[in-house]
Design a protein around this ligand. Structure first.
Ligand code: ZN
Length: 282
């Protein structure tokens, strides 16, 4: 299933794509997608639906973040060898875990607002993993069985705030709108191998990131198992699994987002995002 949320910001309703790629409204039969409503059990209940029996939504309707809210927005840092190299870091021995504010969630095509005072806003295409069960100490062998689905994420990052202002990376990852997720939450049954997905990002039409999830240092199963040794993962938690090489911070000279820039990004099979970059208002 390709699940989504449609409608104006703050008033989104749950929906799904039918076989013809049309949006069908699920609001009469499903809760908005967040937390327990994306548990493995809740998703199983949706599988029996005949999408063509549901109301069709106009194709030009805004698509929101594929989750209404997330209990936790986890991220893995420096998880592609060539990206670690471009930042000058040594590849990590264990997954680098940090968090992004849950208020950073945004729709896939919402404008990206440069945060007030930012001079180093940057892009990061990533495979997002959505957890479908309350779990801790899950083995690597069982880890993929607790994944509800996958989505495209742009882990937007303010590099000065991330790396030059002390403390953890959270300050540089959490500005409003810095977490576009979607367009779809693609259920795990449609992604047989999360380590075989192409992913790319273009800036003003120039492809600056172009890689494959097979290049991850720590794969999805390893990440889910690893994180669950330190904390309880919850239904609806999102884990952004790291970005490949080609971010602005790694360019020579470095390049950061400016108002007027256009970003497009996609993870294979999970849908494409398109964002216009705008200045902070006022
Ligand atoms: Zn990232």
């Amino acid at each position: 299933m390709k699940l989504l949320r449609h409608g104006p910001k703050g008033q989104e309703k749950p929906g799904m794509l039918d076989a013809g790629g049309r949006i069908r409204d699920l609001s009469a039969v499903a809760h908005d997608f967040a937390g327990d409503s994306v548990s493995l059990a809740a998703l199983d209940k949706l599988r029996g639906l005949d999408p063509t029996s549901l109301p069709e939504v106009p194709g030009d309707t805004r698509i929101g973040a594929c989750l209404a809210s997330v209990p936790n927005f986890w991220c893995i840092g420096l998880n592609y060898a060539q990206h670690a190299a471009e930042t000058g870091a040594t590849p990590p021995k264990e997954p680098i875990l940090f968090s992004k504010a849950t208020s950073a969630l945004a729709g896939p095509d919402d404008p990206v607002v440069i945060p007030k005072g930012s001079v180093k806003s940057d892009w990061e295409v990533e495979l997002g993993v959505v957890i479908g069960a309350r779990v801790d100490h899950v083995s690597e062998a069982d880890a993929l069985s607790v994944v509800a689905g996958y989505c495209t994420i742009n882990d937007l990052s303010e590099r000065e705030w991330q790396t030059e202002r002390g403390g953890t990376w959270t300050k540089g990852k959490s500005a409003p709108g810095f977490g576009p997720c979607g367009p779809w939450l693609v259920t795990a049954d449609e992604v047989p191998d999360p380590q075989k997905l192409g992913l790319w990002l273009s800036l003003n039409g120039e492809k600056v990131q172009d890689s494959d999830t097979s290049d991850m240092i720590f794969g999805v199963a390893e990440i889910v198992s690893y994180v669950s040794r330190f904390l309880t993962l919850l239904p609806g938690d999102v884990i952004a699994t790291g970005t490949p090489q080609g971010v602005g911070m790694g360019m020579k000279p470095q390049r950061f987002l400016r108002p007027g820039d256009e970003i497009e990004l996609e993870v294979q099979g999970l849908g494409r995002q398109h964002q216009k970059v705008v200045a902070y208002p006022g």
